[in-house]
Design a protein around this ligand. Structure first.
Ligand code: NAD
Length: 471
């Protein structure tokens, strides 16, 4: 961010101070707690996505070179699905649930009441600038909060469309967008929020958490890392083809591999690598064409900085020698060709850092069971994908590894499931969301007990004697 931009951001933050006070007052008025308010905001968000569809496509094309079909599937479509799911379930989520009480509280009733947390901050990432901003916003609205959203400055066209559209369609006394980069993010973190929901890198996640500690603010941290895929020795050609197609689409498909749940690398037995690589080469050509940039089915890299990071990963001489497919980098068009590596050194940066791009290392192992040790020797992943027909391997993976999610015979699809918690564990994050879990992420469950004045069991009261202990 230039100095001028940063001064402008600081001025707008001064306005923001006033706005935050107004938002707290608005929250206190109870309007956002009304189910009718929540419903109307979710419905307006649906209208926004329908009416602003073309602007969203254009912004995603400009920021990330996303094809409009990919843009619809990964951002507009998933968000609309989540809104509809929240609308269908809002009544159930918001209604109090009766709870049982011990005998000591006879003739009483108890309930669990979901109450909103208050004023929440949502910091989001650039790779799915609409989806990753709106998904937590949906949860925060459904739970009845007021909120400030700061989208990523690295997808500026998307950030502007989001800010303008939210200003036009939603209740701005309760929902505000603040645009800007790290400097604005840091300023926002100084405030006392009732919750911070962060999607981004582990490095910034740590900063968010230390800022939150000061005010004892709860956090959800949706972070990244390296998601491994394990490809077992599938024998039938049908199974092999299905597995490889799913691996390819989950690596190069969503935002050219710039996705937190994209497959980072594949583990497999060495005896099958040459067959698998031949099938992958054919699969890439079939899905993305001989010249993938021209077919427009692989998104571009977000910016020059990230492109150079990917280029440097590949230009390490020990890594370069392991390229078995692709490897070209088009700086002018911010494009990296779908690339496959076979056995890059494990100490090379490409195997120690999250790749976040269309480069797929294959690591060969003696036995597929060695993949468990390999995975466990590294930080806990957001997702592990295991392609196998072996129930024994599935069972070992389930019981012997830990990750945000574990998917057998596919990848990435878990993102679209409202019924599953989406989030990491250990280095890949804290907390989860999606569907009801999003509502929970922005709610406090309050225990409410309604006692009658009628009954009291005598042994509850002093004076104490041993007879009361025997009861
Ligand atoms: P980032 O951490 O650089 O930025 C995330 C957000 O934080 C942005 O809005 C940014 O402006 C803001 N920010 C940056 N520095 C800040 C600071 N010092 N103080 C306050 N705010 C600050 O991450 P990114 O580059 O946007 O995203 C890439 C990373 O995010 C990858 O590691 C990826 O795996 C992860 N990610 C995770 C998920 C998930 O759902 N788990 C989704 C997308 C991306």
């Amino acid at each position: 961010m230039s100095e001028k931009e940063s001064i402008r951001a600081m001025e707008s933050l001064k306005d923001m101070e006033r706005d935050l006070e107004d938002m707290k007052e608005y929250y206190s008025s109870g309007i956002t707690k009304q189910v009718s308010w929540r419903k109307s905001q979710l419905e307006k968000l649906l209208v926004l996505l329908k009416e602003k569809r073309v602007d969203i496509f254009k912004a995603l094309k400009k920021d990330l070179g996303k094809h409009h079909v990919e843009a619809f599937r990964d951002e507009i479509g998933t968000s609309m699905k989540s809104i509809n799911y929240a609308l269908e379930n809002l009544k159930g989520w918001t209604s109090s649930k009766t709870a049982k009480l011990p005998i000591i509280a006879a003739l009483s009733s108890a309930e669990v009441v979901a109450e909103p947390l208050g004023l929440v901050l949502i910091l989001s990432s650039w790779n799915f600038p609409f989806g990753l901003s709106l998904e937590p916003v949906i949860g925060a609205i459904a739970a009845g909060n007021t909120m400030v959203l700061k989208p990523s400055e690295l997808a500026p066209a998307s950030s502007t469309v989001l800010a303008d559209a939210i200003l036009t369609y939603l209740d701005n006394k309760a929902i505000k967008v603040v645009e800007g980069g790290p400097c604005v993010g840091q300023q926002l973190l100084h405030h006392k929020w009732d919750k911070i929901f962060f999607t981004g890198s582990s490095r910034v996640g740590r900063e968010v958490m230390s800022a939150a500690v000061k005010h004892l603010t709860p956090v959800t941290l949706e972070l990244g890392g390296k998601c491994p895929a394990v490809l077992d020795s599938l024998t039938s050609s049908w199974d092999k083809e299905v597995a490889i197609n799913r691996i390819l689409v989950s690596k190069y498909g969503p935002c050219a591999g710039q996705a937190c749940i994209a497959i980072d690398y594949v583990l497999m037995e060495e005896q099958f690598t040459s067959t698998v690589i031949s099938l992958m080469k054919a699969g890439i050509k079939k899905m993305f064409g001989e010249k993938p940039r021209e077919t427009n089915s692989v998104a571009s890299i977000i910016n020059k900085q990230h492109l150079f990071k990917l280029k440097n990963l590949l230009s390490d001489p020990k890594v370069k020698d392991t390229i078995v497919y692709g490897g070209s980098v088009d700086e002018d068009n911010l494009f990296v060709e779908p690339t496959i590596l076979l056995d890059p050194p494990l100490e090379a940066e490409i195997m120690t850092e999250e790749i976040f791009g269309p480069i797929l290392p294959i690591i060969s192992l003696k036995k597929i069971e060695d993949s468990i040790k390999f995975i466990n020797a590294r930080p806990k992943a957001l997702s592990i994908y295991v392609f196998t027909k072996s129930e024994a391997l599935k069972s070992r993976m389930l019981s012997e590894t830990s990750s945000g999610s574990l998917i057998f015979n596919d990848a990435v699809i878990q993102y679209a499931a409202d019924s599953l918690p989406f989030g990491g564990v250990g280095d890949s994050g804290i907390g989860h969301y999606h569907g009801k879990f999003s509502f929970d992420a922005f709610s406090h469950y309050k225990a409410v007990v309604r006692r009658s004045f009628l009954t009291d069991l005598w042994f509850r009261f002093p004076p104490w004697n041993d007879y009361k202990l025997q009861l």
